[in-house]
Write a protein of this length. Sequence first.
Lengths: 484, 515
Amino acid sequence: MDYAAQLSMVLPEIVLSVGGLALLMIAAWGGQAVSRLVSWVAVLVLIGAGIALTGPASSGGLAFDKLYSADLFGAYAKVLIFFAAAISIIIAPRFFARTSGEDLRPEYPILILFATAGMGMMVSANDLLTLYVGLELNSLASYVLASFMRRDVRSAEAGLKYFILGSLASGILLYGISLVYGFSGTTIFGDIATAYAGAEGAAKIGLLFGLVFMFAGFAFKMSAVPFHMWTPDVYEGAPTPVTTFFASAPKVAAVALAVRVAIEAMGPVTSDWRQIVVVAALASIVLGAVAAIGQTNIKRLLAYSSINNIGFALVGLAAGTVEGVAGVLTYLSIYVVMTLGSFLVVLQMRDANGQPVETIASLSGLSRTRPALAAALAIFMFSLAGIPPLFGFWAKFAVFEAATRAGMFPLAVFGIAASVIGAYYYLKIVKTMYFDAPAPEYGRETNPVEGGLIAAAALFVSPLGYLLIPVLGAWSLAAARTLF
Amino acid sequence: MSGILSLMLIVPLAAALICLFVNANQARWIALGATLVDLALGGVLWANFEIGGAQWQFVEYTPIFGRFAWALGIDGFALLLILLSVFLMPICIGASWEAITDRVQEYMAAFLITEVLMIGTFAAQDIFLFYVFFEAGLIPMFLIIGIWGGANRIYASYKFFLYTLLGSVLMLIAMMYMTITAGTTYIPDLMAYDFPAHVQTWLWLAFFASFAVKMPMWPVHTWLPDAHVQAPTAGSVILAGVLLKLGGYGFLRFSLPMFPEASAQLIWLVFGLSCIAVVVTSLIALVQNDMKKLIAYSSVAHMAIVTIGLFTFNRQGIEGAMMVMLGHGLVSGALFLCVGIIYDRLHTREIDRYGGLAINMPKYAVVFMLFTMASVGLPGTSNFVGELLALMGAYQVSTLVTLIATTGIILGAAYMLYLYRRVVFGDLVKDDVKAMPDLNRREMALLAPLAAVVLWMGVYPESFLAPMRNDVATLLARIDRAKPAGDSLPTPGNPAAAPEHKSAGHGEAAKGAAH
């Protein structure tokens, strides 16, 4: 295959890398003054990368000696990732401008672009090394982003914690990769699957160990229990736009990566990894729900909520079928919108001086002081809890139906029963906003862009979203089919 | 007439959205107007419902959701319950006219949304559409109890929400399994699909988890007294009047026709829990000091009669259960209104704070007496017809169950009359009670239609039995194969003497039962 055709398959990543490097040069000479310009250009770069997905990048097949897979599954995940990244850039300038000490620096959008390029590689990886390089590119950019507010102690702590634990997880993953490579003699997913299918005796045990370590690494990246410990601290400490980014794009990338490895490289041993996924799913659902109950900080609460949601997404993976993978993709699509919407509301939580407020108590009586904002957050909360007729119900429906179809009744029954625990803390937010006496009012500063985004997200999650089911379902299914 | 059901959903929904953007008084009038329009549409529905016609009428089918469809259609059961909902709704709005002064717009919007969801639940013909409507009802009720409720409203709202949610999610898994196995989400098709008997048991239990909580059946009834006591008056009316009927409707629509073998196999569970409920909750009601709690416990006892009637597998039982549901919807709604009326004047629900109301509130005493008697099941009122039919049906299956369930009627008379004596009779000694004015025109206008329909149902139940007659026959034909053997041993008797005896002894009820 000629190189032009192969390069056209990785066009989105090329757009992101070249765009990021060019902007880096502009930032180096332009300094602080060009921050906003760089931000807007970075959004354009992301849009350009999204447009590039329509070409061979979503249909080309394998490229570079099977290192890279340009298929619909990867393209689906990339649409979500690019979208979440663009939102994270759009909401940043206003946040940093109002926060004491630090203004927005042009490195912020550039780091997001690099992280996004890394995630693009992750979800399209067809080789363990592509996987690892993409994951590290994403992680390194993320560590810096977490500590982006240099003078803020919590932000620095978040960055350090993320770095140390992230490195540990990368090490575990790399160890798993080396075991798999050692016992199968290849790093290409398709060939690994062949090795798993034919393994006997010691090789089988070695490959099994590799599988366990690799899934441990993935669980860390997607913050599934028991590798979730970093999540609340990092989410709380990182600047809110960065937390928004962490809660959306890298989650999609990590889950999509795990799905691809599980199906393409380890498909023959589904029953082996299924046990891990089932335990991680149920543990995430339960712990994410129980631990969230006592939280007083909204960002920590949303961190546990993200752990909880990953558990539900894993229910779809545990099914291990086409419908299951389609369910995961549907889940992620709706989850990204709900999460972005929730964090956009958190960004509006500012006291009279414009300083960010993060306590749940400050939301008291919001339905009286800012009825529209309270209604939007209530919609996101009921949706995250999975209560019909909001669209979050459909996300849960998709994964649980896949699990039921695969005959995994205990998983489905326990998982959905545990979702009731989760409903409690989402209700707590609604209760604070609607039942409690009003707290001091937030600063009355509104931004048409953010207000519009919140409204759009709320409309998507509202019952009107159900009209999208035929489209969303068909795309998810088509994307999932490419893995099988 | 196709499209009328969608119209009945759109009218209150649009009104709810408009309510959010107008002032308090406009919101009241818009809500009243919308609910009256829906009542009129309900009348049109009833007038055009062809008795003896197709099983499903006013059918709409638009597959716009991909995996499931916007499928609406009603049979006789659904028609009657929709009529009950649209009838109670304007009364609820009227009951909140002066009692609710805070956040009126949101309150009216929440009620109108509740109406949409209730009508949707009864009219849905797609199993997942049903689930969406069924579950979504939690959100407005959660807000109604939590925002406008009494002192302990937050605890009550959580308990209501989480209790009913836990019951329902298990049903969702069962629904998924059923649709995957049967390959359809269309309820009429599922009602004709035969699931293997051993699977039926599990599916039945999953549905039971949901409906038993909604019903509510002992021992999962404990959310009800809390929710009722804390909810505003109109919230209690809707809870007792319509939301409690969702459980019975679910048994009728899903458990019986879809899992006949399991229903017969687990009949002991239903009868056992119902018998305990009748006796235990009646005794609990007897010792209450809080008027609303007393009526809430009496609801549990009445609903137990409903479940007994539904699972008798015969015509009298099922028709009786439906009549109890309708009658209880009206009577308990009216009783909550009666409590609300004196609560608005004295701001306490404690029975001992009242006494002697017959002296200074004679109109109130008469109306309250009528509904007390209806709740007891006095002949000539709606509940008598239903309870008698249900117990006659039960007698054919189990004499013991009937014996225990009948004590509920005696105990019901005891606690209701005891309540009435303490509130209305006695000496008028307390100064603040003396100062209470009698019913005003608005309150009379709320209670008069309820009283009229209660008497109508008691005197001429045929109007309400006719629409469901064919549906009961269809249901019986479906479940007849699993019918349990009864322990009562009817003898042929003397055929010539029987009609005479019937018309002399039972009058009204025998007429209803003879059909």
